[in-house]
Write a protein that binds this ligand. Structure first.
Ligand code: ADP
Ligand code: ADP
Ligand code: ZN
Length: 209
């Protein structure tokens, strides 16, 4: 199955994509993770995108599509993939429709005030990529990753200024994708507000797995 995950920043796309990928044997591709990795490694791509990520703006379509095209061509994607955070613009969606059209677009629906609560309490493991929340998904030991014991960090774009910008960018550039996939008949809305167990159950029901 080829899936894309839509929804505002903080809706829980990454959390659900990781669970579903380990449950269903699909590749999990987060463009945000790929860009952050490039920044951490100081590659040319990383240097190009660092300030864009910090502000919460979007990386240019050309750069993003090229990265995804290369990634979905790898062998681990033959059994299907979950694109988490891609596409985010109409030109990206049209490029994907040409390259490898998705079977379903899952749209995680969450109100703005909940988005702000989720992003402002998010903590990331810089080593294994696991995500926690100080109130909603707390690690067993404060500020330490349950998975690998590394100290958790706050993403630079989870500061209040960048959060506001990301929400505005989402509404202007990404929300129009809902209509794109509704018109193709493959949009599935999921209420992202309940606790993670309930959201995951609703996701499996929507996918029929
Ligand atoms: P996204 O990938 O959509 O930006 P994340 O998966 O990183 O979202 O989740 C954002 C934050 O909300 C993280 O801190 C995560 O631990 C937390 N979170 C994820 N799903 C839920 C949920 N169903 N209820 C409460 N908090 C959640
Ligand atoms: P979140 O799910 O919290 O919004 P992501 O980890 O998906 O954040 O993305 C982090 C940042 O990476 C975005 O704010 C943007 O700068 C960049 N990015 C990720 N995916 C894309 C994309 N499809 N197009 C352009 N920029 C992207
Ligand atoms: Zn970890």
């Amino acid at each position: 199955m080829k899936l894309i995950f839509l929804g505002p920043p903080g809706a829980g796309k990454g959390t659900m994509a990781k669970r579903l990928a380990s449950h269903g044997g699909m590749a999990h591709i987060s463009t945000g993770d790929l860009f952050r990795e490039a920044v951490a490694q100081g590659t040319d791509l990383g240097k190009q995108v660092k300030s864009i990520l910090d502000r919460g703006d979007l990386v240019p379509d050309e750069v993003t599509v090229k990265l995804v095209q290369e990634r979905i061509g790898r062998p681990d994607c033959r059994r299907g993939f979950i694109l988490d955070g891609f596409p985010r613009t109409i030109p990206q969606a049209e490029a994907l429709d040409r390259l490898s059209p998705p079977d379903l677009a899952v749209n995680f629906v969450l109100a703005d005030d909940e988005v702000v609560k989720r992003l402002s309490g998010r903590r990331l493991c810089p080593s294994c990529g696991k995500t926690f929340h100080i109130l909603f998904v707390p690690p067993r030991k404060p500020d330490i990753c349950d998975g690998c014991g590394t100290g958790l960090v706050i993403r630079k774009d989870d500061q209040v200024e960048a959060i506001r910008n990301r929400l505005a960018v989402y509404k202007a550039q990404t929300e129009p994708l809902e209509a794109h996939y509704r018109d193709l008949g493959i949009l599935r809305n999921i209420d992202a507000a309940p606790d993670p167990e309930k959201v995951f159950a609703a996701l499996k029901t929507a996918l029929g797995v």
